[in-house]
Write a protein that binds this ligand. Structure first.
Ligand SMILES: [Zn+2]
Ligand SMILES: [Zn+2]
Length: 165
């Protein structure tokens, strides 16, 4: 979806509301397809006193297995970002600025680039998730098992997390 922002750039005070959905369901990362439902995008592009700014909020429904107990988990994240847009007639080497060619912005690509790095790296079914017994494989959220390792040394737990279990 490419936005033509010429009218916004040429009219001080003009606003373009954003309200759309993007399908990233075929996007594979961390070994799965976490964005099974479309990402809802709201926000606006606004020209304030000649400065054109985009602000976006993405509502992301993220499906993944819990990092500790492997239970399929869906969580909703609201991710906000924005930037100042400049047309190709100006030149500025500032990271916060996005340089547009011919007043055009690919909104889906922009959202993708900004959203993905802001997604949390860890996905837990709950902050208190007890994980899985390393001996018998029982999900300890459903109760204790009969193994003798109920007392988990927090340092070992950290090590397990580092090892990805
Ligand atoms: Zn869990
Ligand atoms: Zn056990």
């Amino acid at each position: 979806m490419v936005l033509d922002l010429r009218k916004i750039f040429l009219n001080d005070g003009k606003t373009l509301p954003l309200n759309c959905e993007f399908d990233f369901s075929d996007l594979e990362f961390f070994g799965g397809y976490p964005l099974k439902t479309p990402v809802k995008v709201t926000g606006k592009v606004e020209n304030r006193a000649g400065v054109v700014e985009i602000s976006v909020e993405c509502e992301v429904s993220y499906s993944a297995e819990c990092d500790r107990c492997q239970t399929p988990t869906v969580k909703t994240y609201n991710i906000s970002f924005g930037a100042v847009l400049v047309s190709d007639k100006e030149s500025d080497e500032d990271d916060e600025l996005i340089l547009l060619t011919d007043y055009k912005l690919d909104l889906q690509e922009y959202c993708f680039n900004e959203m993905i790095p802001r997604l949390p790296m860890k996905h837990l079914c709950s902050d208190e998730c007890k994980g899985i017994c390393q001996k018998c494989g029982k999900n300890l959220n459903e109760g204790n098992c009969d193994c003798n390792n109920h007392e988990v040394d927090p340092r070992l737990e950290k090590l397990r997390e580092l090892l990805g279990n």
